[in-house]
Design a binder for this molecule. Structure first.
Ligand SMILES: [Zn+2]
Length: 866
């Protein structure tokens, strides 16, 4: 086993040492680049020029950099005052080859290029959006979009200073990564020259032009502003007021001040997240523009995003990873420290709820047979954006959290301080950090890291009582019931556990080295139960004997987060085919009076899953008796109406319970009442209203209601509301309206995400009624090309496989996207979808009959007791 694994590592390092023909080499080394752009947001094209200073270290007959999607109008190479004529060729994978008439080249050169191109409307490269009929430009270059905008060396290990200058209509705000050096007005135009940047990779360059407005961020030691589309400044409060506190916390942690001269945050429409450009962080506007009243979870999202992007100023920007296959460390680290800071500084935002969410995000892919290791090989012809997923963010974060707890907080911090001192302004690989952690801690960090980073999947840990003071732990790779593979994977796992002896809880640290191992705890007599993941520390699924569960959930010795995590083990046991779902239904019935939202949430999730998988096979009347006796009390305990300060658990539970009870006329009536109330009374609607709205549109999807929603959608100024309403119009059941809404999703002034949300709304109705499928799939087929032009292709391709609802849809999908036409990310996403179909089928074969019998028996026994 160890041998095989070592061989695998060796093989990987051989691959990475081979010359990748799609990557640049460092024979031609850029050391400085100026970029001048003529940008007018009111136009659809732009022009520019660039000068790249290069050192050519060995004799070359040609060299390559990146460039695509723009036209070159002039190009020349100079050595001192000598002009060298050159030809150029656009190659595949965004490469641009420069070939001098006279070769060879050696020494110092300057490459001059003038070019022009078109502004994107999909948030890729130099992009444009429209808000309140005004036009704005901003940029998004990660991972490989700078090359679409201007000639550059577009790989993260080309890290050197740039100087940007922009000519625009003089009335517009022009910003970039650095402060302004000079500004000159010439007639109706101005030219803004920015100061040189620190050494940066091309993916971190950023600029924006438009009728933006600005307000100061209070409490910073460097200049910093919130920059927003016109008319929104008074709506920016949360991010603005949190930033100084978050930045100070990071400075204290890293033991070094913020490394750049200024810090602007800019909010833009149509962006799906945030981007850590040093000095000019781009956010989707919903993170900087607040609704009138903001729910707790949204506040937490904002804090989490801001902390994450700020953490990148050190991790990613100051020290940049050599290549995209270490993206996991970059993102995992930013997520890890954001969580740390929220736990320390903003406990009122309930950060551990986010940690549980992240765990589920990681597991979504990682419990499947098709999962990959966190560390994925990215070749020059791959799209690095494919690796930005739950493994890269969430799994990495949880692994880092486990390591920090194992080697100790102070040791971890000391190692990081050393790392940043040593590597600032440079590039590193993940190994550089791991070696530092190992040296400072004196522990075998590399072994644990390698297990979790290079091996695919998640450990399933089973705990059993051996005798009164001994527990036995076994580990194996978790696999779903459909997965017939044999795994012999071994992880070295540091554990923080809780042991209960009938009196008190003892916290212990142990280290699991084997597939099966016994741990004795002299001095602790009569162990009653053990919980393996104290404070959610550890990346694994823990399973305990079924009798433990009811003991543990009723006691005060586990936090609500730990209970939630513990009970999620039940769900995974079911999906692995090692626990009969009727045990879960039974436990849910017993715990139906629970008032603990995290317990309700876990049961809501499990019942929802069981309902979804088995509902075709059981008698609907039997289920509705179970639902009325079990699910309804859970819903009543959560409450029908939401409150702004409630926890995630409550909101999620309500959402799921409503879905399970979707056919119950009483629940439909109640949710309609709430939906109407929110529609009529609330100034803005946000994602918290989601559970109520679908039933309203689904059951009463009248034309008048449709008109009302459309006008609200057209007039909405709040991103969160626009996105919810886009999804909402997708929920109408009426076939004519479905068609009308899908047509609308292609119309002029929607953001790319809104278009997608409309179709997603239609798709999310499958769970109650699959009629809409007959409209949606042919529509997609007809409009795929148009949709591709209007929505980011990566996102679209990733999401399309979710339309495959059952096996019948596969042929339609194959028809629309034959295998050779699928992108890598689409193929991966489709494989995961197929796995889910297989799993559900297998589970129905295994337990379908039991669930049916349980439900009919339940109905009878309830009747008998009445
Ligand atoms: Zn990030």
């Amino acid at each position: 086993m160890r041998f095989l694994f070592t061989f695998f590592l060796l093989f990987q390092s051989l691959i990475s040492q081979q010359v990748d023909p799609h990557r640049l080499n460092h024979n031609a080394e850029p050391i400085f680049q100026t970029i001048h752009l003529n940008l007018n947001p009111d136009k659809n094209d732009y022009s520019g020029s660039t000068i790249i200073s290069l050192k050519i270290k060995e004799e070359l007959s040609s060299f390559r950099l990146h460039g695509s999607d723009f036209n070159i109008t002039e190009i020349e190479l100079r050595q001192g005052s000598e002009l060298i004529s050159v030809g150029y060729e656009f190659l595949d994978y965004g490469l641009l080859k420069i070939k001098p008439i006279q070769a060879p080249l050696i020494g110092d050169y300057k490459l001059y290029v003038t070019f022009n191109g078109t502004v994107s409307k999909k948030g890729e490269g130099i992009s444009k959006f429209v808000k309140d009929s005004l036009n704005y430009i901003y940029t998004q270059f990660q991972a490989i979009k700078a090359r679409k905008s201007f000639p550059c060396f577009d790989e993260p290990n080309f890290k050197f200073p740039y100087q940007i200058s922009i000519t625009s209509p003089k009335e517009y705000l022009v910003v970039s990564n650095t402060p302004i050096e000079t500004e000159t007005v010439n007639g109706s135009e101005k030219t803004v020259l920015f100061k040189n940047t620190k050494p940066l990779p091309s993916y971190l360059l950023a600029f924006a032009v438009g009728p933006y407005e600005t307000t100061q961020i209070p409490g910073l030691k460097i200049p910093g502003r919130i920059i927003l589309p016109k008319g929104n400044l008074d709506k920016s409060r949360i991010a603005k007021n949190m930033t100084a506190k978050l930045l100070t916390a990071l400075e204290n942690y890293f033991g070094m001040p913020y490394p750049y001269e200024k810090l602007d945050f800019i909010g833009v429409s149509g962006h799906g997240g945030a981007m850590e450009n040093p000095g000019l962080v781009v956010y989707m506007e919903g993170l900087l523009i607040d609704a009138e009243e903001v729910p707790l979870t949204q506040k937490r999202d904002i804090a989490y995003f801001v902390a994450h992007e700020l953490a990148h100023m050190w991790f990613g920007d100051l020290v940049t990873l050599e290549w995209w296959d270490d993206t996991w460390l970059n993102e995992g680290f930013a997520d890890w420290i954001s969580m740390e800071i929220l736990i320390q500084q903003f406990p009122e935002l309930k950060p551990r709820e986010q940690l549980l969410k992240n765990f589920n995000w990681a597991l979504w892919g990682d419990v499947k047979a098709t999962t990959e290791p966190i560390h994925r090989i990215v070749q020059g012809d791959d799209n690095p954006e494919d690796v930005f997923d739950g493994l890269t963010y969430a799994k990495s974060q949880i692994v880092l959290r486990m390591i920090e707890s194992w080697i100790g907080r102070d040791t971890f911090k000391k190692a990081l301080n050393n790392y940043f001192k040593k590597y600032k302004w440079k590039n590193t690989t993940a190994d550089d950090l791991i070696i530092t952690l190992q040296k400072v801690s004196g522990k075998n960090v590399k072994q644990v890291m390698n297990d979790f980073v290079f091996q695919a999947g998640i450990p399933l840990l089973k705990a059993n009582l051996k005798d009164a003071n001994t527990i036995q732990l076994t580990q194996q790779r978790y696999k779903g019931v459909e997965n017939g593979n044999e795994y012999n994977t071994l992880w070295h796992i540091p554990l923080s556990i809780k042991i209960y002896d009938g009196n008190t809880v003892h916290k212990k640290k142990i280290f699991l080295n084997q597939h099966s191992e016994e741990f004795s705890f002299p001095g602790i007599d009569n162990i009653e139960w053990v919980y393996l993941k104290e404070d959610l520390l550890g990346y694994f699924i823990a399973v305990v004997p079924i009798r433990f569960y009811t003991n543990m959930t009723g006691q005060p010795y586990l936090t609500k987060y730990e209970k939630n995590d513990l009970l999620s083990g039940l769900g995974y046991s079911h999906l692995a085919g090692i626990l009969n779902p009727t045990d879960i239904l039974d436990m849910a019935y017993k715990l139906r009076q629970s008032s603990d939202p995290s317990i309700i949430e876990t049961f809501a999730t499990r019942i929802y899953t069981i309902w979804n998988i088995y509902k075709e096979g059981f008698n609907a009347e039997d289920f509705s008796i179970f639902a009325n006796k079990t699910v309804l009390p859970l819903l009543e305990s959560v409450g029908y109406g939401f409150s702004l300060v409630e926890s995630n658990s409550k909101t999620n539970a309500r959402d799921l319970l409503f879905d399970v009870l979707g056919q119950n006329p009483d629940v439909i009536k109640r949710s309609n009442k709430f939906a109407n109330k929110y529609l009529k009374n609330e100034n803005t609607l946000n994602s918290k209203h989601r559970p109520y709205l679908p039933r309203l549109f689904y059951s009463e999807g009248t034309l008048e209601l449709h008109e009302e929603i459309m006008s609200r959608l057209k007039n909405s100024n709040i991103a969160d509301e626009r996105w919810l309403l886009s999804q909402t119009i997708g929920w109408f059941k009426n076939d004519i309206l479905v068609k009308k809404n899908l047509e609308y999703s292609l119309s002029a002034d929607l953001e790319p995400f809104q278009r997608l949300f409309i179709a997603m709304g239609v798709q999310s109705m499958y769970k109650w009624d699959i009629e809409n499928k007959q409209t949606l799939i042919p529509w997609l087929k007809q409009n795929y090309v148009t949709l591709k032009e209007k929505v980011s292709e990566d996102i679209l391709n990733n999401w399309l496989p979710f339309f495959v609802w059952d096996y019948d849809d596969l042929s339609l999908f194959n028809d629309l996207f034959p295998k050779d036409k699928r992108s890598r990310s689409m193929q991966k996403s489709l494989e995961k979808r197929i796995e889910t179909l297989k799993k559900n089928k297998k589970l129905r074969e295994l337990y379908g009959k039991d669930v049916k019998e349980y439900l009919s028996g339940f109905g009878k026994s309830v009747e008998a007791t009445q």
